[in-house]
Design a binder for this molecule. Structure first.
Ligand SMILES: C[S@@+](CC[C@H](N)C(=O)[O-])C[C@H]1O[C@@H](n2cnc3c(N)ncnc32)[C@H](O)[C@@H]1O
Length: 395
């Protein structure tokens, strides 16, 4: 019998948003997995499906973990069909399961990406019927086996998407409330603040709580794989529950039970706080966060600490009205000056004109994208006590 992909090595492509790739690369380095190549759309490492499982369960900033099955030259849909039909699919999944196909296609012979997906689906179905007399069902759901095609000009790569649902879903956000931040982006924001978990983390305007929850998870070193229960790799032949349990048990040993300071998540809307609490509870971090119903300016900030304050105010693109937001941004500046001395202040916004109303000179402006909107994470150094005079204001 052919060895399963849980024992056989191949290239593994970890996809991530281009603006997060440096952080994803850093996460992979921290797992001591050597990076083979950095591509515009992701990072390549080498390993078995067990390596891919490990990546799926640990990475906070990535989107998908793709295990390479075949690389070939393909110019036409018929080439794709022929190449896909040669893969020994019955060694990868049984004929009584369900599969879906996802793709990135940039090829002049294909006008509609879905046509490439159909060609590949036909090849897999025909392979199974010829070999076993029965074919697995297929459709759009991503909750069983997922296949991914990357086809650019003549370069075709066929992958198994071992994430299933993208790993950008960390498995706790059942209530998104309004305009939530994507979980990988929230994780990237927390990483960029370089927050030391022995100090306070304050998240006024918390909305559905994504930033506060990601901070809590990172603070106690709880990996996404200890929250999320379903992955694509669980539907691949050779997978054993004991492999999943082994990764979980190792990770569980690292989890800290508590943080020295409760994370503060505040919002002036009770419905946002209810969503945040629900999500935090599913992530298993509700006990680490104090949820406060208040205007952001009244958020309790422990004085005399060198913590982090992060706000993600509305910025006019999706929520909020730009004129009334000018006052809100001005008040953020006042809140930083009056209440947050000694802290590092951060504002995540997609509107740089509004950011000027904060009235402080940012130390850093880090570019991110949120739902295709170019945004900045602005960092402000907020000096404590007598150093207050060194606040630099912007005219
Ligand atoms: C863009 S959303 C934050 C989204 C959040 N990062 C998430 O992932 O869900 C902005 C939040 O700020 C809250 N907000 C707006 N003005 C506020 C104010 N003056 N005081 C407190 N919260 C406010 C809104 O209720 C909303 O939940």
């Amino acid at each position: 019998m052919k060895t399963s992909i849980f024992e056989q090595s191949s290239d593994i492509l970890i996809t991530c948003a281009p603006d997060l790739s440096a952080l994803t690369g850093r996460e992979i380095n921290q797992l001591s997995i050597p990076i083979k190549e950095i591509l515009p759309h992701g990072i390549v490492v080498e390993g078995t499906a067990q390596t891919a499982m490990y990546l799926c369960m640990h990475l906070r900033t990535a989107n998908k973990v793709l295990f390479l099955l075949k690389e070939a030259k393909a110019d036409t849909p018929d080439d794709l069909y022929r190449i896909a039909k040669k893969i020994e699919w019955d060694t990868l999944f049984p004929n009584d399961t369900y599969f879906s196909i996802d793709s990135f296609v940039q090829n002049s012979t294909i006008r509609d990406t879905r046509f490439a997906n159909v060609k590949c689906k036909d090849a897999i179905a025909d392979y199974f019927v010829t070999k076993t007399g029965k074919r697995p069902d297929s459709g759009p759901l991503r909750d069983k086996v997922v296949i991914f095609l990357y086809w650019r000009e003549s370069d075709l790569s066929i992958y198994l998407d071992l994430s299933g649902e993208p790993i950008s879903r960390h498995g706790y956000r059942i209530n998104p409330w309004k305009a939530p931040m994507a979980e990988p982006l929230a994780a990237a924001v927390v990483m960029t603040t370089e927050w030391d978990p022995s100090t306070p983390f304050i998240n006024p305007m918390c909305g559905s709580g994504t930033i506060a929850i990601e901070a809590a998870l990172m603070g106690i070193q709880k990996i996404p794989g200890l929250v999320r229960k379903e992955y694509g790799f669980q539907h691949i032949l050779g997978y054993e529950q004991s492999m999943f349990d082994a990764i979980k048990n190792l990770a569980l040993n690292e989890v800290k039970s508590d943080l020295p300071f409760k994370i503060i998540a505040s919002d002036h809307d009770q419905r946002a706080l209810d969503a945040a609490k629900e999500n935090a509870s599913l992530a298993g971090v509700e006990h680490l966060i104090d949820f406060v119903l208040s205007d952001f300016q009244d958020t309790p900030v422990e004085p005399g600490q060198a913590g982090v304050v992060v706000l993600n105010p509305e910025y006019g693109e999706r929520l909020g009205n730009e004129e009334s937001l000018e006052l809100t941004y001005k008040e953020i500046g006042d809140f930083f000056k009056q209440k947050c001395g000694g802290y590092k202040g951060f504002v995540f916004t997609g509107n740089l004109d509004l950011a000027k109303f904060i009235g402080l000179k940012p130390k850093r402006k880090i570019k991110f994208y949120s739902a295709k909107i170019e945004c900045r994470l602005m960092q402000y150094e907020l000096y404590a006590g007598t150093k207050r005079v060194v606040f630099k204001t912007v005219e």
